[in-house]
Design a protein around this ligand. Structure first.
Ligand SMILES: Nc1ncnc2c1ncn2[C@@H]1O[C@H](COP(=O)(O)OP(=O)(O)OP(=O)(O)O)[C@@H](O)[C@H]1O
Length: 240
């Protein structure tokens, strides 16, 4: 069964089409990047998958459950990184993690989340108010919240933005471990092609609300192995 299956997805605002017929399937354990120019529709697609906005037509199935007709079952397996601007400023990092653990039905902040916090250098700020944390720190908290409870499908919007290099490295290694060892599926939207191309095993180029090009694991391996090729260059050529 696919971790994510999308068919003929359309979405628009005020009569303006934003997503123009998306078909996409991700298998368990796939580590996929959604790339593309500004305004292509990447965030909108992630918001449709997370149920933040409802598509005008089409289907989204998460782990076999239809997002529209079985939303609770579909969202049970989904983790979404939280935008740092939406974190409550008057809660401490620990209180916020605890709140999300409660919402997932967990008795406490799971050890795996505390281990991720340690890897992301969040441990020293666990008792600091979110309103007093830097943007990069809140970005890390938003990621830790999305990963809490080890959901089987992770949807991350620009997770590497604002992360210092050691934290970005720790996050990539953590995600790679989740995909490889736990069969977690990751879909992340990113502009950090130079970083992403080294660890993803699938890349999809979105242009003007459509998936324009898809690179498989084998094609990415060939790009990595060639001294003159890069995903950045492939993307520019695909858009020419
Ligand atoms: N609520 C909204 N109302 C009107 N237009 C919107 C709304 N949300 C998104 N759009 C438009 O939809 C298009 C796609 O936006 P989206 O944020 O999904 O793109 P993106 O690929 O994530 O871009 P970026 O790389 O810049 O983050 C843009 O033209 C944007 O202006």
């Amino acid at each position: 069964m696919n971790a994510l299956h999308i068919e003929s997805l359309h979405y628009g605002v005020d009569g303006q089409p934003i997503l123009r017929g998306i078909d996409l399937s991700l298998a368990p354990g796939e580590f996929a990047a959604l790339i593309g120019p500004n305004g292509a529709g990447k965030t909108t697609l992630l918001h449709c998958i997370a149920g933040v906005v409802s598509p005008d037509s089409g289907y989204i199935r998460i782990g076999g459950a239809d997002l529209q007709s079985e939303p609770l079952q579909a969202k049970r397996g989904l983790g979404l990184s939280i935008d740092p601007s939406r974190l409550p400023p008057v809660l401490s990092v620990r209180e916020c993690l605890k709140l999300f653990a409660d919402a997932r039905g967990l008795p406490a902040i799971p050890p795996s989340t505390l281990a991720l916090c340690e890897a992301l250098a969040l441990t020293p700020v666990l008792d600091r108010w979110l309103g007093q944390c830097s943007l990069g720190t809140r970005q890390k908290v938003g990621i830790a919240l999305g990963l809490l409870g080890e959901p089987s499908l992770l949807v991350l919007d620009e997770p590497l933005n604002g992360l210092d290099p050691p934290s970005a490295y720790a996050l990539k290694e953590h995600l790679r471990h989740l995909c490889g060892e736990h069969g977690t599926t990751v879909l992340l939207a990113t502009h950090s092609l130079d970083i992403a191309e080294r660890f993803i095993n699938r890349a999809m180029l979105m242009v003007d609300g459509r998936l324009h090009r898809d690179w498989s694991r084998q094609q990415l391996d060939a790009i990595r192995a060639h001294p003159d090729r890069s995903l950045e260059r492939e993307m520019v050529e695909a858009m020419a």
